[in-house]
Structures are given as structure tokens and as C-alpha cells.
Write a protein that binds this ligand. Sequence first.
Ligand SMILES: Nc1ncnc2c1ncn2[C@@H]1O[C@H](COP(=O)(O)OP(=O)(O)OP(=O)(O)O)[C@@H](O)[C@H]1O
Ligand SMILES: [Mg+2]
Length: 226
Amino acid sequence: MEILFNLDVMDKGFLYEESVRILRTNLQFSGANLKVILFTSSIHGEGKSETSLQLARSLAQIDKRILYIDADMRKSMLTTRYHIKEEVEGLSQFLSGMNTDNIIYKTNIKNMDVVFSGPYAPNPAELLYELKLDEFIKEQRKIYDYIIIDAPPISNIVDAAIIGRCVDGAVIVVRSSTVSQRMVKRVKDQLEKVNCKIIGAVLNGVEMKKNSYHYKYYGDYYSYKK
Ligand SMILES: Nc1ncnc2c1ncn2[C@@H]1O[C@H](COP(=O)(O)OP(=O)(O)OP(=O)(O)O)[C@@H](O)[C@H]1O
Ligand SMILES: [Mg+2]
């Protein structure tokens, strides 16, 4: 029996939705060859999972076929946020060579499938070096329009930089006023070391003023040039 996972992506109001649409449009205009996109940040809690999930949903809404990969094997976002109780096989099992039939699951969001991170793995960095990851992504490129990968932060974990080798580009999520320019620069340097193209940065948690009202909205997209 096929399991269909219910991902209730919270609506966050018009301004937020609008900024996700801007992010979506900017990505679409960033090049036809940008299919596999990694999301990372400097530290925990800057909004990678929220932003990447919202973007994935937004792309699915315009009929793009999306594969969303929760690649944080240290702290799975999907299983904790959506209280997934079912036995699912995820990335950690697949990469460690366990007998996994299938790690792609359907969701209630039309056009959007997911890969769970799988049970906590003590050695995620080693697993992510596996050629199996490259092969898996290569196969899925043939099926999906976009593969969105939610990775851990880069500050003291190398996972995101390792995944960087098999993506077309990365988006750095920056929680406004939480991290310094120096920290963001370090993320950029780490990704560039593995020749990962940086598509841009999302400034999350921006206080906006509009028509004299205060709008607190999250997720402004700034593409930045080197
Ligand atoms: N724009 C936003 N509006 C409202 N809440 C937000 C926003 N961005 C993030 N959050 C909330 O902040 C918390 C941290 O966000 P999120 O889980 O996306 O961060 P993360 O970078 O993925 O963290 P981690 O590194 O721990 O995986 C979550 O509870 C999320 O719902
Ligand atoms: Mg996360």
C-alpha cells in the first residue's frame, strides 16, 4: 500500500507568500540548468527548512515536478515537524547500503515527493561521500524538474559542503541580525571550495514597513554577485 504523507505547509500571510514567489521567480531566471538546489546556512535555526519547503511547495503549485530531500541526518526536519510515525526508509539507510526498495514517498502536495533523512546516523558526513548519492541524484534529475535539498548548517558540520559536489547551486539562508557577514562569507567559501555555485541568499526574518503599517515578514530574496 502506498503511503501518502500529509505535509501541511503553514500559510504565513500575503507578504510571506509574495516573497516566496519572488524567490521562485528568481530561481527560475537563474538558469535553465539549475535543477538541483541545496539550502544551507551558517548556524541552526536560520530558516533553511522552512524556506526550502515553502519554495518546493510554491514550485509544485506551478506544476513543476519536485523532489524534496531532507538531508539533515543529524536532526530530521520532516519527521519531527510532521510527526511521521510510519516506518519509512530514508537517506541514511539508502546511503549505508541497507536493502531499501524505495526512499521516495508521495505527499498530499500535488507534484511533490519527498525523501526522508532516515534514522539518526552517527556518521552522516561519511555517508554523504558515497557515490550512491551522486547516482541517486543523477537518476532523479531525469524525473523531476527540481530537486530541493535541505542540508544542515555549515558552521561546524561539513555535510552541506559535501552534498555541494552533486548540486547545480546553493542558496544560503541568512537570518537577519543573527549572523555576521564574516559567518556568511565562511559559508560561501566552504561551498566554493567544492566548486558549488552560489545562486544567492535569502534574508529571513526581515521587518518590513508598508503604507505606514509594520509588517513583519520572513524571507526576502537577494541575489548577490561576487
Ligand atoms: N519566516 C519564518 N516565519 C515564521 N517562522 C519561521 C520563519 N523561518 C523560520 N521560522 C521558524 O523558525 C524555526 C527554525 O526554522 P527552520 O527549522 O526552518 O530553521 P533551520 O535553518 O532549518 O534550522 P536547523 O538548522 O535547526 O535545521 C522553525 O520553528 C520555523 O518554523
Ligand atoms: Mg532545518
